[in-house]
Design a protein around this ligand. Sequence first.
Ligand code: GDP
Length: 235
Amino acid sequence: MTEPGGGARDPLVVRRIDYLGPMAAAGSWRPPAELPEVAFSGRSNVGKSSLINRLVRRKSLARVSNTPGRTREIHFFRVNDDFVLVDLPGYGYARISKERQAAWLPLIEGYLRTSGELRGIVQLLDVRHPPTDDDFRMLDFLGEIGAPTIVAATKIDKLPRAQLEERVQKLAEEAGLDPEQVIPFSAVTGEGRDELAAAIMSVTQLDSWREDATLRLETADPSSSATPDDDAGAP
Ligand code: GDP
């Protein structure tokens, strides 16, 4: 039996959560890379703050990311000693000029390309609408870097129940995903919370999908039987 309040089967029991700080520009400050990182991405208003708050069972954790002047930054939160939750800036807000909208790209892409601890991305899509051009851009980018991607279809409580399954199938099709990759989610009812938490915990257990380790071994002495722990700095 599952308990709605978070019983023994809760895949993510948050005992402690700490705000680590913001990254304001590509290449600027970021917290030490000590834990697996999971990034949350979506257009503004898709329900990202609500989903994060529901996920970690806090009322206003993601508020810092939504305060004026801070919405263009990446915010880092350590969850227990399990992983670092990375709240990426919401992109593509219609009321912001095209020029300012484009500012999200270097920061988000810079982080996603260079973070060695990144294990996966939770990409949010509003269940009621087809993905926007910006969503496609992000999905293409995630495909290009090969990042493990979990898609959360948000605000499912806004759809009539009878339409939900069909709409999730359609969304998966529109986004070029397997329906299995899509987790229907509601921040209002909490539906999908445990499934999302379980998916996140499993990506945090993965080794990095990146080629970096291979690259490092290739540039190190190929005759040595280097292990991932080798600190092969100098040639
Ligand atoms: P963000 O800009 O992506 O962080 O989006 P927010 O979490 O601030 O949500 C944007 C709006 O959508 C707010 O008015 C929320 O109350 C609403 N919202 C977010 N998630 C849900 C949901 O699951 N169901 C419903 N009905 N509304 C939601």
